[in-house]
Design a protein around this ligand. Structure first.
Ligand code: C2E
Ligand code: MG
Ligand code: MG
Length: 602
């Protein structure tokens, strides 16, 4: 029995071999089935990718293309042979930022999927939009071996979205921003103005008797007229301004970066002149005029709705007064008085509450291009009233007597900075301080200035006192004596806003002025307006004859600068170089403009 167990019989052995064979066969069969299934799957997958309605790109880990499907070729114009081994950046249009590409790579290299949109370029140069999803492919050990991008052409959808957005924000007839976009731009301008402390002008422009034109000549001509008028309005303003159509023949003009009302007036005149020129429409010659209403932020309102209402009411004022003119919003007397009272009240606490600041605007030598000094300009921000322009609060300070305290503070602040900057930059650096006529009439004005200089140990010839022509008109004997006293103390005197007041040339001769500042309203009109060109040339010639230095204020363009250099004007200040900025920003301006020269003269 034991032997029997150890040695199976012949029958039993052959049965075992048979079973083994069957098992092997079954395993082989299974493997064949599995391979077939795999092949079928691979075939299906390959069909899917070949016939896919979306483009598929497979790259190696370095981003080199190993495979693209036919849809890719159809969309991009590049065949598989053309892109194999290349980087997908062949499609780059330059519209996607390098930072976005960097983020994408970071994400997929970390093993995560990235989804987003590309603005790419087809082989024929056309731009197109793609929505893409890029995923890493990992081997059985979890190591990334490839990346696969699945992309869909969404150009049509994008165009449609753009068209819808355009329709929602632009007027179909004139293609100007409509009321919605106009209001949006106004709100943006107000936010910026509050931060940066400038004015915003809101203008309502309404064509006069437009209804009659429509009735007499028909709507087709009426429409052409609106299109033409829209073009003319747009040509009267700068790129940063907005012209919107509110509806009918009513347009809105927003000037978001106004520093003085004179520039608003200039544009209002330009609009009136431009619309008055004859229109030639469908063989007809038409003459039209406009009525304009202007409201200014923050003077005439803080909110866009209030400014719009006030500009509208000013526009009706223009209509009532005979059309073809502009009017500014005039709040009723009660509102004016109330506003002045508020300014007066808050101004009394402005100094204690640290609401006042001195800003500085660089003065440049027009030969060397270097900053030789700065004009100190006062700034006031009150949490209730917002930014208030010195042109608004200085007259009130003068009226209620606060100007003396304010003027003394300004002088001592400016002299402190003068001392600092002389040590920091150069010993001849100068600061110009505006002094209002009322201050000059305070007894001992000259003594006060000298005391400040002495206390701070600042040399007097680097302080320049700017006074306007107006104060020379009154009490000339007293003023003459005072100016003489300041001159003897070696304080430089400068005549500000020259050309706007009534000062005769005689004054230049009689008073000891060292510097003459040409008002920016003249500079704004050079070199295009002949009158202003002649005037500026004459002022420069006279000042030179009297051995005075000349400063041009409000230089905004290269053209103005070139003209002033040709005319041998000595110094300039203006937005072209730098706006008035805080002391810290002034220092940054000087350090970032490099040491020589601060401004590269063309
Ligand atoms: P201003 O003395 O004639 O000062 C020049 C004005 O022109 C400043 O206005 C300045 O910001 C502006 N400005 C400078 N460059 C340009 C430019 O390129 N384009 C344009 N459009 N404007 C430019 P701001 O600071 O509003 O001062 C207005 C006026 O208020 C001054 O005219 C001055 O008369 C008076 N003011 C300013 N600060 C003081 C002060 O501390 N004391 C006194 N009494 N008056 C001051
Ligand atoms: Mg000044
Ligand atoms: Mg001035």
């Amino acid at each position: 029995m034991g032997q029997f167990l150890e040695k199976p019989s012949q029958i039993e052995r052959s049965q075992g071999i048979e079973l083994e064979l069957i098992a092997k066969n079954q395993q082989l069969e299974q493997e064949i089935q599995q391979r077939k299934a795999l092949e079928k799957r691979l075939h299906i997958l390959s069909m899917v990718s070949e016939q896919s309605p979306v483009s598929i790109v497979i790259t190696d880990v370095d981003g080199n293309i190993e495979y693209v499907n036919p849809k890719f070729t159809e969309i991009s114009g590049y065949s598989l042979e053309e892109v194999i081994g290349q980087n997908p950046r062949v499609l780059k249009s330059g519209h996607t930022s390098p930072e976005d590409y960097q983020k994408l790579w970071q994400q997929i290299s970390n093993g995560q999927e990235w989804r987003g949109e590309f603005h790419n370029r087809r082989k024929n140069g056309e731009l197109y939009w793609e929505a893409a999803s890029i995923s890493p492919i990992k081997d059985e050990n979890g190591v990334i071996t490839h990346f696969v991008a699945v992309k869909e052409d969404i150009t049509l959808r994008k165009l449609q979205e753009e068209r819808l957005a355009h329709q929602a924000h632009y007027d179909a007839l004139t293609d100007l921003p409509n009321r919605v976009l106009g209001m949006d731009r106004l709100n943006q301008a107000l936010i910026q103005a509050e931060r940066q402390g400038h004015l915003v002008a809101v203008m309502f422009v309404d064509l006069d008797h437009f209804k009659d034109i429509n009735d007499i000549f028909g709507h087709e001509i009426g429409d052409y007229l609106l299109v033409e008028a829209a073009k003319r309005l747009s040509s009267c303003v700068r790129k940063s301004d907005t012209v919107a159509r509110l509806g009918g023949d009513e347009f809105l003009v927003i000037l978001p970066l106004v520093s003085a009302f004179s520039s608003v007036e200039l544009i209002a005149h330009r609009i009136l002149d431009s619309i008055q020129l004859p229109f030639y429409l469908l063989g007809k010659e038409l003459f039209v005029s406009t009525s304009i209403g202007i409201a200014l932020y923050p003077r005439d309102g803080q909110l866009s709705s209030v400014l719009m209402r006030n500009a509208d009411s000013a526009m009706y004022q223009s209509k009532r007064q005979g059309r073809n003119m502009f009017s500014c919003y005039l709040p009723n007397l009660y509102e004016i008085a109330e506003h002045r009272l508020k300014i007066d009240y808050h101004l009394r606490y402005a100094q204690i509450k640290n609401e006042l600041k001195l800003f500085y605007q660089p003065l440049l030598d027009l030969v060397s291009g270097k900053v030789v000094g700065a004009e100190a300009l006062i700034r006031w921000y009150n949490p209730f009233l917002g930014w208030i322009s010195p042109e608004e609060f200085i007259p009130i300070a003068e009226e209620v007597g606060l100007i003396f305290e304010l003027g003394e503070w300004t002088l001592s602040q400016a002299c402190q900075m003068l001392k600092k900057w002389q040590t920091q930059y150069h010993q001849l650096f100068w600061i110009a301080v505006n002094v209002s006529p009322r201050q000059l009439h305070r007894p001992n004005f000259a003594t006060m200035v000298c005391q400040i200089l002495e206390y701070l140990q600042v040399s007097s010839h680097c302080l320049e006192i700017e006074i306007t022509e107006g104060c020379l008109m009154e009490d000339t004997a007293y003023i003459q004596q005072l100016l003489q006293q300041l001159n003897e103390a070696q304080i430089h005197l400068s005549i500000d806003d020259f050309g706007t007041g009534f000062a005769s040339l005689n004054y230049l001769h009689r008073f000891p002025f060292k510097t003459l500042k040409i008002d920016r309203s003249f500079i704004a009109e050079i070199p295009h307006k002949a009158d202003s060109v002649a005037l500026v040339k004459t002022i420069i010639a006279i000042a030179k004859g009297l051995d005075m230095k000349i400063v041009a204020e409000g230089v905004e363009t290269e053209e103005q600068l070139k003209f002033l250099q040709q005319e041998q004007c000595d110094y300039a200040q203006g937005y072209l170089f730098c706006k008035p900025v805080s002391a810290e920003d002034f220092e940054t301006y000087l350090t970032t403009s490099s040491d020589t020269p601060f401004y590269q003269m063309p």
